[in-house]
Write a protein that binds this ligand. Structure first.
Ligand SMILES: [Zn+2]
Length: 140
């Protein structure tokens, strides 16, 4: 009889121990298993109640997700954020998109993003960028 060594952390006695599976018979007919703690003998009514140690282990070793901080956005997000767009307008109480005439967040992204004009003095900048959408951004 091959017994699996299943590690549990017993919910009754708290021991880091093994699960004991005992076949449960009704007469000569096997009707199920008794699941119990090898240390204190606490019987678990169902498989779902067994505090398997292996099930908890991956959770302990999974690193927490990295906090999302401004400034660690991906390159694409950095490029497309409303904060860096020429249409971005900051008022004391709100941030707006001058192009769409709506409230935006600094971290919003927009398919109509337009980089700020490098120099406002020339006045010869062409406004032909609207039709290009984001298709050219796939190329690096
Ligand atoms: Zn126990």
């Amino acid at each position: 009889m091959a017994r699996q060594q299943v590690q549990i952390v017993c919910s009754a006695c708290g021991a880091d121990t093994l699960l004991v599976r005992e076949p449960q018979f009704e007469g000569i007919r096997r009707v199920g298993e008794i699941l119990k703690c090898a240390t204190c003998g606490h019987v678990y009514a169902a498989e779902e109640e067994v505090p398997f140690k292996d099930a908890a282990r991956p959770r302990l070793f999974r690193p927490p997700p990295p906090p999302v901080k401004p400034g660690v956005l991906s390159e694409e997000q950095k490029v497309l954020t409303c904060r860096l767009c020429r249409h971005y307008v900051v008022n004391p109480f709100t941030q707006r998109c001058g192009l769409h005439n709506r409230t935006v967040d600094a971290t919003d992204t927009c398919p109509d993003f337009a980089p700020p004009e490098p120099d406002e003095t020339g006045g010869e900048e062409q406004e032909g960028q609207e039709g290009q959408e984001g298709q050219e951004r796939g190329q690096q």
